[in-house]
Design a protein. Structure first.
Length: 177
């Protein structure tokens, strides 16, 4: 057994996962990478991580399912959701399911490690008027429906009353890698 904290990275983009892994290993974390819920389940049979960084949109499933499973396995695990598809709806759901923090990409190792240490909310965060553009409202609605359909693009397009390719183009434009 290692004295280093164990970090689980749940990310289906192998290049990004490898970059995060190397960065955290340089910071003296023991890192394991899973690219699917099945790999997470296998890992949980033998190990319990201290920290987890979970991508919201995985190829085969929603990262929210992973958050729920990780939290059920160990309620003390510090879980950070990292996503290029940030929305209010998915942020709220992630926190309700057991995530400690929710970070929009691009986020670096410093941002993630800072989130590991922030376990409670900040009542002093400034509250102010926020001008919301129509594009932002549209993007939040798309993400809400995406989450409801478990990230099925065709079902989301049907619910939103738009052509599937139109939705796919909108998602491609907003993608942050």
């Amino acid at each position: 057994m290692s004295d280093r904290p164990l970090l689980l990275i749940v990310e289906d983009d192998s290049h990004f996962a490898r970059t995060l892994q190397r960065s955290f290993e340089r910071r003296d974390y023991e890192v394991v990478v899973a690219s699917s819920l099945a790999e997470v389940e296998t890992l949980l049979q033998s190990r319990t991580a201290d920290y987890a960084v979970v991508d919201l949109k995985l190829t085969q499933a929603s990262g929210l399912t992973c958050v729920e499973r990780l939290h059920a396995h160990d309620a003390d695990m510090i879980i950070i959701v990292l996503t290029g598809y940030a929305s209010i709806v998915t942020a709220v759901q992630a926190i309700k399911l057991g995530a400690t923090s929710y970070l929009a990409k691009p986020a670096n190792t410093d941002d993630i490690e800072r989130a590991f240490g922030t376990l409670s909310g900040d009542a002093q965060v400034p509250i102010g008027e926020r001008q919301t553009s129509i594009k932002t409202i549209e993007w939040e609605r798309i993400n809400e429906v995406l989450a409801d359909t478990d990230f099925n693009v065709s079902a989301t397009a049907r619910r939103l009353g738009m052509h599937r390719r139109t939705l796919a183009r909108k998602l491609e434009k907003r993608r942050i890698v």
